[in-house]
Design a protein around this ligand. Structure first.
Ligand code: PHB
Length: 394
């Protein structure tokens, strides 16, 4: 087709559209275009599997609605954030400024989240956090346009201290990657463990995403605590579990952690993971029709087993669907959109949870043990646990 004919055809189409009124009211345009959804997730590095699982889960929730959001088609954009905090602002800006997304879904790493938080606060773009637990995002630096569907960093470990004391472990060593996620997980552990009468004999750490655990494991062997508690996740968690066993500590000093330690890594960690006890807001083995159906559907769609990250991604989709339906797809109707999301109850594979005023899930924390390469539920470590954030008005 010649350029001239193309121009003519286009202008004829515009005139046609205008005469039917389609181009006139801004609101009609806003609702009929595609919703632009940006994923800012780690697709490389130690958290790469987590990013993929989150995206899979999110797409699955949307696909269950025929691939639409509030009746509108979706266009997806993607940025690999590499779990690199120094590029957080730049990467979030790519999605917001360059790609002009309506919704930013991200991310996994707490340090990177701080960059997203700044961009979200400055731009007002709706931001859904599908993992990163950094406290500031739903406390001191909270924003009306930021919602978290995962956990706050101290939530899972707040349920761990009493469990360990009940098992008679009075002296514990804590070990983690030294950054916000590990430090804030420690905060929850310390509070619950010391309140139950336990003593933390030593805090050990190494920089993220370092996996040279040997010297620290030697130190643990020398300290001879009753137990070890930790925060690790992703590829680094699988290596920590294997190294812990290889250092001869498995079977001598029981290993505990927030459940990220054993999520998505059970194949990679192998027999070294058996028997590890953790606290987490999800478990593979939750015996509910909702969870069973979710797991079947996920395996069918993605040919891999879902984990807590897939569930968090899925729930991010569910939350956005609830919000979008409430405003019939007009995501520019912000007060109504936020109100619907704030009041949401999410019927999740993890069990029903509600959104707190601080935009963080109020949820049950399960006690789990690794058995035959599965995180088996053995109890509820905390019921309807909320974070201490009180709510956000800017
Ligand atoms: C975090 O950096 O907030 C983080 C990363 C991975 C997890 C949990 C928390 O599994």
């Amino acid at each position: 087709m010649s350029t001239r004919r193309l121009v003519l055809t286009r202008s004829a189409a515009v005139i046609g559209a205008a005469s039917t009124g389609l181009l006139l009211p801004g609101i009609v345009r806003a609702q009929s275009g595609k919703v632009r959804v940006g994923f800012m997730l780690p697709y490389t590095g130690t958290f790469s599997q987590l990013g993929v699982a989150i995206e899979n889960g999110f797409r699955m929730a949307i696909n269950e609605q025929g691939g639409k959001l509030g009746g509108r088609e979706i266009e997806y954009f993607k940025v690999d954030d590499e779990s690199e905090p120094s590029k957080g602002i730049e990467n979030a800006s790519k999605l917001v400024q360059r790609d002009k997304v309506d919704v930013l879904v991200g991310t996994v790493h707490s340090g990177v989240q701080m960059g997203i938080q700044k961009v979200a606060r400055d731009s007002g773009v709706l931001c859904l956090i599908p993992n990163a637990g950094v406290h500031a995002a739903t406390r001191g630096l909270c924003a009306p346009n930021v919602f978290r569907t995962s956990f706050s960093n101290s939530q899972p470990t707040r349920a761990l201290g009493k469990v360990m004391m009940d098992k008679g472990h009075k002296k514990t060593v804590w070990i983690t990657w030294k950054y916000a996620a590990g430090d804030e997980a420690f905060e929850g552990f310390k509070e619950s463990y010391t309140a139950a009468g336990g003593t933390i004999v030593k805090e050990l750490g190494l920089p993220f995403p370092n996996v040279e655990f040997q010297a620290l494991l030697t130190e643990i062997a020398a300290l001879k605590p009753d137990a070890v508690a930790c925060f690790f996740a992703g590829g680094g968690a699988a290596k920590f579990i294997r190294d812990y066993a290889a250092a001869g500590l498995k079977g001598k000093i029981p290993l505990y952690g927030s459940g990220f330690l054993t999520e998505g890594v059970l194949d990679a960690a192998g027999p070294a993971a058996e028997g590890i006890i953790t606290t987490m807001h999800y478990s593979d083995s939750l015996d509910t029709p909702r969870n069973k159906q979710f797991r079947l559907d996920y395996v069918k769609a993605f040919r891999s087993q879902p984990d807590v990250y897939a569930v968090q991604g899925y729930d991010t989709g569910l939350l956005l669907i609830q919000g979008a339906n409430a405003v019939k797809g007009d995501l520019s109707a912000k007060p109504a959109l936020y109100k619907a999301m704030e009041g949401a109850t999410i019927d999740s594979p993890r069990g029903k949870w509600t959104m707190s005023k601080a935009h963080n899930p109020v949820q049950d924390i399960y006690l789990r043990v690794v058995e035959n390469k599965e995180n088996k539920v053995i109890g509820i470590a905390a019921k309807a646990l909320s974070d201490s954030g009180v709510g956000c008005r800017m």
